[in-house]
Design a binder for this molecule. Sequence first.
Ligand SMILES: Nc1ncnc2c1ncn2[C@@H]1O[C@H](COP(=O)(O)OP(=O)(O)OP(=O)(O)O)[C@@H](O)[C@H]1O
Ligand SMILES: [Mg+2]
Ligand SMILES: [Zn+2]
Length: 540
Amino acid sequence: MTLALKYRPKRFEDVIGQEAVTRTLARALDTGQLGHAYLFSGLRGSGKTSTARIFSKALLCQEGPTSDPCEKCEHCIAANENRHIDIIEMDAASNRKIDDIRELIEHTKYKPAQGRYKIFIIDEVHMLTKEAFNALLKTLEEPPEFVKFILATTDPLKLPATILSRTQHFRFKKIAQSDIIHHLERILAQEGIEYESEALKIIARSGGGSLRDTLTILDQAITFGEGRVDVKSVTKMLGLIDPAEIAAIFSLILQKNKDALITRAKELRDYQTEMILDEMILYLKEELFAKSPTFSLMLYERFFKILSDAKNLLFYTSDDEFVLLLTFLKLLEATKIKDIEELIGEMESQGLAASASQPVAQPSPSQAVQEPTPTATPTGPAQAAAPTSPATASPTPSASASGEESFAKLIDKLYERNYELGECFEKSVKFVSFENGVLTWQSAPKNECKEKLKNSYPTIKHLVREIFGVNTKIKKVDPPKDVNECSSMVEEAEFGGSCIQQKAGLAAKEIEAEDLLNDPMVQKAKELFKAKRVVIKPKV
Ligand SMILES: Nc1ncnc2c1ncn2[C@@H]1O[C@H](COP(=O)(O)OP(=O)(O)OP(=O)(O)O)[C@@H](O)[C@H]1O
Ligand SMILES: [Mg+2]
Ligand SMILES: [Zn+2]
């Protein structure tokens, strides 16, 4: 006999995880406030049929109706052996037609043979046809006083409202994992079978809250493990990954051991990727609840997100192995961000962030924004020749070439990290020079950028060190006065006003720009596109 059958509950107190239902039914029996039609709904294998049988027995017991049937009278004995003539079970999945229901209704007209009630248990009632439901309605509403109906279904939403409104509805819950594990422990103790607690956890989880399914898996596990229930044989039987393996993967991720992760991903190709991802999520969840210090809150959040994204990705590709490796590497990358956050935390705690932000200086509100990519409009050359401050004019191209490249890289990185930050930085900060480990830039952030740059300074500084070298110092110079004037007219320039690039080199190009604008091709294009505004962007 299977465990599920052997351990079918016979009394209300044996039904686990459904206290709300059993308590209400017991009260109804003891107070005599009985309805004539009950509906039991809920997950498969959660105790509906069992409870319907217990309730029937309780109704028919010689001493009853009582929540505590005697178990000795002929009714109790017959009911326990599932052969009571007045308890009629019908499976609506295989008897779903109107004729089946008509036959049943005929049956309700005759008095019970032995008991005080005639009880009809209709399982899987949602399977009845529409006509069958209609035929049942009248009897369900006003059955003979000796008739009781117990309808059971896993899918109450499929029932017509007319049926729902004529029954007392009891909802069976998904049984809690802890309750299930307890139950398994009791059964195994009774069966004299050795087990590992961790293995029971895995079995309970695989049962998905259905006790019947769980017991079926336990049956298999006992056979598979040759009379012993341990993690190794259970995970193997279910095609699951050993929890220790999941822990090992996370530790490789935290160690940033890319090579080992690639090897792991290859080794795991025989497993279902979705299952591995689920197990990883579950592992994190357990760690979170156990308040494990291994992961920071932010890492949990990032990891959960990456893992759920990966599950979505599985819908779009059949290449599981690729998704798994990609996920591992994304998780690894996410830990690097953790380092930055830690760094920021450290800097903040040391009060460094505050003093370090000095170089960025609080720009006075009067300082206007500086155009990032010069938007040149043709102008007279006169102002172009005007010398700018030494800070901007001085860097010789050769000395600053690599510095400038690195600065461009810095901007890229900032964009990668956070698009708005990149934009603000590019717009507000100009490279001046990079000499002797000192990166000099000119900064004049405007309004919201000011705040953003200030707040992100630790990140910026971190990236500067990454790109320019760990000992790099940042020096900030104010934009020269005349440049300010110029840049304050940026909007005007954009709309056809005039503004001059401060770099002498560009001034020469401006002349060419004028020629360009007068080029017949450009003129034609202007006409074609009805251009209101033409902007020339230098390549650099
Ligand atoms: N709440 C429970 N308490 C104890 N055992 C349970 C419970 N639910 C299910 N079981 C076990 O699962 C077996 C099947 O339960 P039962 O037939 O009552 O479930 P069900 O809800 O009617 O399922 P289905 O929807 O598939 O008909 C029982 O024999 C018993 O071993
Ligand atoms: Mg059932
Ligand atoms: Zn009895």
